[in-house]
Design a protein around this ligand. Structure first.
Ligand code: NAD
Length: 243
């Protein structure tokens, strides 16, 4: 084991995102994958040889880790935060549908450990949030609407990404947009932010066609977060600060 490298735990490993993370972690030699956790702990073909897959009931038994990357469900949230605190590890989470209380708990946890939660780990959406803020500030009187489309298995609506884009609209012009959500087929994720004024319309749109982009973004965040001090970190700021 190379102790110089941040030790990585993947949480939610049997899901669509977890399997992508297990596969793509091999692209990041800066990280050392030490364990994975899923609800049942069944063996996973994507887990490299020698990397244990533990059931969530045995979360307390995972080997020491420096950073957890989590894409699971809100009900898994409290035990994972507790495990990170116990190990003195950083948390990168993309789990959406967290309650206001759970988001507040992330703030509290960030007093003791580095925390980065993002509703979207794509580079394009990080840039889109900046553009939406600018457009909203320039067009305060126009109607603002966000239309999001996702695959039929997605549980929360509006999507966490739509809500984070809505927060940028509110920051720019002082009022929330309207939301519309579509659940159809195998759509990875599409977000349209529309500003409509008299006789004209501005549309900003992002289309994700491969969920590997979110896994790669989260692994990039893990590399950049490991070794930082306690605090709440923003994916866009961490990513775009150094290009
Ligand atoms: P999925 O349903 O395929 O997988 C969910 C995973 O959570 C599984 O591994 C399951 O074993 C695990 N899980 C469920 N309950 C658990 C519990 N109580 N304890 C521990 N683990 C538990 O979902 P998915 O498509 O992989 O998405 C996972 C999450 O990531 C969702 O919230 C989704 O909205 C979000 N997501 C975020 C981004 C982003 O960029 N932030 C991108 C894609 C998906």
């Amino acid at each position: 084991m190379d102790q110089a490298k941040p030790r990585l735990l993947i949480h939610g490993a049997s899901g669509r995102m977890g399997r992508a993370l297990l596969r793509l972690a091999a692209e990041r030699p800066e990280l050392q994958l030490v364990a994975a956790v899923s609800r049942s702990g069944e063996p996973l073909a994507e887990a490299p040889d020698g990397v244990p897959v533990l059931p969530v009931a045995r979360l307390a038994e995972v080997p020491d880790f420096d950073v957890a990357v989590d894409f699971s469900l809100p009900e898994a949230f409290e035990p994972l935060v507790a495990a990170c605190r116990a190990k003195g590890a950083a948390l990168v989470s993309g789990t959406t549908g967290l309650s206001p209380g759970q988001l507040e708990a992330l703030d509290e946890a960030s007093e003791l450990m580095p925390v980065l939660w993002s509703a979207n780990f794509s580079v394009g959406v990080a840039v889109l949030r900046v553009l939406v803020h600018q457009a909203a500030a320039a067009l305060p009187a126009w109607d603002a609407d966000i239309v999001e489309s996702h695959h039929v298995h997605k549980k929360d609506a509006p999507s966490g990404t739509a809500l984070s884009l809505g927060a940028m609209v509110a920051l720019g012009r002082g009022s929330q947009p309207h939301y519309a959500s579509l659940r159809c087929g195998d759509v990875v994720g599409e977000h349209l932010v529309q500003f409509a004024g008299p006789g004209e319309r501005l549309e900003l749109v992002h289309r994700a066609t491969d969920r590997d982009i979110f896994a790669r973004g989260a692994l990039e965040a893990a590399v950049r977060l490991a070794g930082k001090g306690p605090g709440r970190y923003d994916f866009g700021e961490l990513l775009l600060a150094s290009g």
